[in-house]
Design a protein around this ligand. Structure first.
Ligand SMILES: CC(C)(COP(=O)(O)OP(=O)(O)OC[C@H]1O[C@@H](n2cnc3c(N)ncnc32)[C@H](O)[C@@H]1OP(=O)(O)O)[C@@H](O)C(=O)NCCC(=O)NCCS
Length: 146
């Protein structure tokens, strides 16, 4: 596995991967493209045998790191790609003095909640019926040593 920063030419593949999760909020080409204009935004890719299999976007806004999206291709789940991307995000957070790492996850997204909990994220608040006016958003935080 390799992990690198995404470039604009990767956007079509990122769009294909996120489309495999119809219930997940899609960024689409415009959404990904907009991130390249933000100096505080980082989009990372995980590749296996040269193929993009997962991606993560986060913002480094001192002292916070905000995780915005994380998706693993349906053909490559449970192989540790999301965990590896998050661990790389923690390295960025440490180097950029952004130790408070925040994210939001739907209360019915058990794979993601399990992943984040296993990496030391804890629930700090909820936004009631935030997703589709049905599911709460759980706000989770992890603080890393810098
Ligand atoms: C959530 C998601 C990113 C996980 O990606 P992944 O690459 O499969 O995750 P990993 O293989 O790194 O899993 C690491 C750990 O997370 C937990 N986990 C991941 N998927 C899980 C599942 N389906 N059920 C239970 N636990 C799960 C486990 O603890 C796992 O460790 P283990 O495999 O050693 O038991 C992936 O399912 C996905 O893309 N979902 C759709 C998009 C999404 O919901 N993103 C999160 C938005 S907040």
């Amino acid at each position: 596995m390799t992990i690198n920063r995404a470039s604009k030419s990767d956007i079509p593949v990122l769009c294909q991967i996120e489309k495999k999760y119809p219930d997940y909020c899609l960024w689409g080409e415009k959404g990904f493209l907009a991130e390249f204009d933000k100096p505080f935004s980082v989009t990372l890719l995980a590749k296996a045998e040269g193929e993009i299999v997962a991606f993560l976007n986060f913002w480094l806004i001192r002292p916070k790191t905000e995780i915005n999206t994380l998706v693993t291709d349906t053909r490559h789940t449970r192989k540790g790609f999301a965990r590896a991307l998050l661990n790389k995000c923690f390295e960025y957070a440490r180097k950029n003095d952004c130790p408070e790492i925040l994210l939001e996850v739907a209360e019915n997204n058990f794979p993601a909640i399990s992943l984040y909990s296993s990496l030391g994220f804890n629930e700090i608040s909820r936004r009631p019926k935030y997703y589709n006016n049905t599911y709460d958003a759980i706000v989770m935080v992890k603080r890393i040593d810098i």
